[in-house]
Design a protein around this ligand. Structure first.
Ligand code: C2E
Ligand code: CA
Ligand code: CA
Length: 629
């Protein structure tokens, strides 16, 4: 049954029931009240009558006495009777029209002992009756009184009025219930709509969620299959989102996601649809789109995302990586297509190319990548990342300048995983902060031990781009240094040129913060960033590390030699110490010596060593060289 008819029926039912009950109560009240009055009156007479009847006398005398009482206490139309064992003995009042035996019979039925008054029908008229037992005599005193016209009239009018008001109330009830039911059903359908919307949309951005995407994907799949059409699926992941969220706060992250959604919406056609799959992952469905169309749309999205996002006066960049899979070429079912778009997305991320179209040859790669990503999280959370140390040797070639700390991950099944593979993963997964602090903690502990043994050199820690967004990093670094009672000047952070260029404004602020706290700063892989040198004069840099690609090739390449020479001069002019990394042979050392390099790092002196081996190396080669920076 529909809600409307249910409400209508129940309101009608309640109204009718209430009317009937109310009518009955009023009717009963009216009819009973006179009978009740008679009963009270009879009880009053009862004692006197009983006394009188105990006196000897004949019927005539008794009836005169009864008549006298009737005249004195009752209405002229009333009748008083005395009955014994259903035999009327005495009567007073006008009983001519009445059949006395009929009265006895009717009263026998009506009088139950409990019920002492009521209404009976005699001679086509209604009579109120009341009975009172006379004490000790087995007699009953009965009073009858014809129901007055007035009361009958009242009852009739009441019936009529009740009927009219009943009809009016019923009519109103019908309308009210109709209005009520239509309002309730409207509200319910509105609520249902809202619930459906909530179930199928993302609450932050209002975009369709994964469930709705799956539905639409299935529909589009069937339609494209039937009509022999192509369609494209994009999976989009924001670069650095987790890091931004962690460092600038969730509210900032939320705002960013909203802005990203708006930009995505602005970059697609009307028939395309965008969904948020959770976190910083989005999907776009592009019906009737081929490879060329997909590329155009991906470029449009990347352009839109290229502009910095300005939130609360902070400008931040969050570029996107887009993975593209096209139906039917890259998958003839929904799951495969999703999976392949995902693989393409990781490919785009890895190559930093903005977007990538699914390439079946990457598939194997991706399985390894996904496994590593899951295991890396566990490894970092369980502090399973280890460190290796590689010394940096002073120009005198006898003393140690410092030692670089390099992260090492020994995977249980896959063996040694290179930092070039797992560091970008940790960056992407937002784990680099944790990893950096763990590496720092281990290095600071070991550095403290070396100091106790008399080797007072410091450590060089690699700092990722992502850490240069994090204003709270300094607090954690200070806490670690304080814990080990190590001076800030014993730590040098290495930052790559490309990392700096990512967001120079913000990175500059953090570098100043670190430098003000007494920590040293080095530009790593110098010469590969192709960036303006202007930034150098404004940053508190202590060291330039010439990228090893120049050093390794300096004897074969004239230009590499020239670059090294220039960097060394530049560094010295800026009052920076210059380090050459990738030093593998004596010849290189001699050439670098001639060019005036300050510090040397490379396999010629030592490969990166685990802490135990490094300790041995120290004792063997440089044990006698106790030096400070
Ligand atoms: P990097 O900072 O440029 O580190 C120096 C890399 O050059 C190390 O590779 C080291 O083993 C290698 N190397 C040193 N001497 C020579 C040499 O004479 N010849 C050659 N061919 N190579 C030499 P590794 O350990 O594989 O690290 C690779 C990169 O991973 C590092 O490059 C650094 O960017 C990154 N990385 C390592 N550990 C960390 C870390 O804890 N945090 C961050 N953010 N990055 C790290
Ligand atoms: Ca380095
Ligand atoms: Ca380097």
């Amino acid at each position: 049954m529909q809600l409307r008819s249910q409400i209508l029926l129940s309101v009608l039912g309640i109204t009718v029931l209430a009317q009937v009950v109310f009518g009955l109560l009023v009717y009963r009240e009216l009819t009973e009240s006179r009978g009740a009055q008679l009963t009270i009156f009879l009880q009053y007479l009862n004692k006197e009558v009983a006394e009188r009847l105990t006196l000897p006398g004949d019927q005539y005398v008794s009836e005169i006495y009864l008549e006298e009482l009737r005249n004195r206490f009752s209405t002229p139309q009333s009748v008083l009777l005395i009955q014994k064992e259903q035999q009327i003995l005495y009567s007073a009042g006008d009983i001519k029209k009445l059949d006395l035996s009929l009265i006895s019979q009717q009263l026998k039925v009506a009088y139950t002992g409990k019920r002492k008054h009521g209404i009976i029908y005699l001679d086509n008229n209604e009579y109120y009756w009341a009975i009172s037992e006379l004490p000790n005599k087995n007699y009953q005193l009965i009073m009858l009184e014809p129901a007055a016209n007035e009361e009958i009239q009242i009852t009739k009018t009441l019936k009529q009025r009740m009927l009219t008001t009943g009809v009016v109330i019923l009519w109103l009830a019908v309308w009210i219930s109709l209005l009520l039911s239509s309002k309730i059903s409207k509200q319910l359908s509105e609520k249902n709509k809202q619930l459906k919307h909530i179930a199928l949309h993302d609450s932050l951005t209002g975009l369709p969620n994964r469930t709705l995407l799956n539905d639409r994907l299935k529909q589009l799949f069937l339609q494209s299959q039937r009509d022999n059409l192509l369609f494209a699926l994009f999976l989009i992941d924001l670069d650095r989102f987790k890091e931004i969220n962690d460092t600038l706060g969730h509210q900032f992250g939320d705002e960013l996601l909203k802005m990203v959604s708006a930009r995505l919406m602005g970059s697609i056609r009307e028939k395309d649809s965008i969904s948020r799959l959770g976190g910083d992952e989005f999907a776009v469905l592009l019906p009737q789109t081929d490879l060329e169309g997909s590329k155009l749309c991906a470029e449009r999205i990347l352009n839109a995302m290229g502009e910095p996002f300005r939130i609360n006066n902070i400008a931040t960049e969050s570029k996107a990586s887009i993975g593209i899979a096209i139906f039917p070429e890259h998958g003839d079912n929904v799951e495969t297509l999703m999976q392949h778009a995902d693989i393409a997305m990781y490919q785009a991320k890895k190559s930093q190319s903005g977007f990538a179209i699914y390439d079946p040859t990457q598939n194997k790669h991706s399985v390894r990548r996904l496994t590593l990503m899951a295991d890396l999280r566990v490894a970092i959370e369980n502090k399973k990342i280890q460190v290796a140390y590689q010394p940096l040797i002073n120009r005198d070639r006898k003393t140690i300048n410092s030692t670089e700390v390099l992260a090492r991950w020994q995977h249980q099944e896959l063996g040694n995983i290179l930092p070039d593979e797992f560091i970008p993963m940790a960056e992407q997964m937002g784990l680099i902060r944790m990893l950096t602090l763990q590496v720092l903690e281990q290095a600071v502990d070991d550095c403290k031990k070396w100091h106790q043994q008399g080797y007072v050199f410091g450590v060089n820690i690699n700092l990722s781009t992502y850490c240069l967004q994090d204003f709270s990093l300094l607090e954690e670094i200070n806490a670690i240094l304080e814990g080990a009672e190590l001076k800030a000047e014993k730590i040098e952070f290495e930052i790559t040129e490309t990392a700096l260029m990512h967001d120079l404004g913000r990175a500059g602020k953090i570098l100043n913060q670190l430098s003000d706290a007494g920590l040293r700063l080095a530009i790593d892989d110098f010469g590969t960033g192709f960036s303006s040198l202007n930034y150098l004069k404004n940053l508190p840099i202590d060291t330039l590390k010439i990228d090893k690609s120049f050093i390794l090739d300096m004897h074969n390449s004239h230009s590499d030699h020239a670059i090294i020479k220039t960097i060394i001069e530049l560094g010295h002019n800026l009052n920076c110490q210059v380090v050459a990394e990738g030093v593998e042979d004596q010849k290189t050392i001699d050439s670098l010596d001639l060019l005036g390099v300050d510090v040397l790092q490379g396999f010629f002196y030592s490969k990166p060593l685990n802490p135990g081996d490094f300790q041995e190396w120290l004792l063997k080669g440089f044990a006698r060289t106790k030096t400070s920076i």
